[in-house]
Design a protein around this ligand. Structure first.
Ligand SMILES: [Fe+2]
Ligand SMILES: [Fe+2]
Length: 178
């Protein structure tokens, strides 16, 4: 049976992961609106990952005999912004999420809920990748400044990210990343 405080913290985290889904889906739309379809594609892939993160926590609560609560989501990002601004927001958001995961780990240890630890350590490790990838793009965009050539080259590169198979966010063969 999952610890009471750990269950509460993980339910809060399901909300944060779903809010992350919202953030990246919103950024994706903003990039597609600006014809930065590679960035839009990358953000769709990321949104898919966030949904999967929410579901990992959701399953964990159910597996441990707990109760899932889905809270109202906050709108953190509002569509179209400059690429640099969006990626900065993404990086800051991932640092915020890392702090949340660390806090759940602390709570779970305080109430001896060691069965949550492998999952939480998996997430901490995942956050290294999330922070690294968003920070790298912030740095590259900072280097590029206002260069449309550079931004379009980066956009092409970001188009190469692969979707997990069978994602409902994958536009399939409607040529969005071509
Ligand atoms: Fe996440
Ligand atoms: Fe990731």
């Amino acid at each position: 049976m999952i610890g009471e405080k750990t269950e509460k913290a993980i339910n809060d985290q399901i909300k944060h992961e779903l809010e992350s889904f919202y953030v990246y889906l919103s950024m994706s739309a903003g990039f597609h609106e600006q014809n930065l379809n590679g960035m839009g594609h990358w953000m769709r892939c990321q949104a898919h990952e966030e949904l999967a993160h929410a579901m990992k926590f959701y399953e964990h609560i159910l597996d441990r005999g707990g109760s899932v609560t889905l809270f109202d989501l906050k709108q953190i990002h509002t569509g179209r912004q400059s690429p640099l601004q969006s990626w900065k927001t993404a990086y800051e958001h991932e640092k915020f999420i890392t702090g949340k995961i660390k806090n759940i780990l602390k709570i779970s240890r305080e109430e001896n809920d060691y069965a949550s630890e492998p999952l939480l350590l998996w997430f901490l490790n995942e956050q290294i990748e999330e922070e690294k990838s968003t920070d790298e793009i912030v740095r590259q965009l900072t280097m590029l400044g206002d260069s449309p050539n550079g931004i379009l080259m980066l956009d092409r590169k970001l188009a190469l990210r692969a979707f997990s198979s069978g994602s409902p966010l994958d536009p399939g063969d409607n040529n969005i990343v071509a």
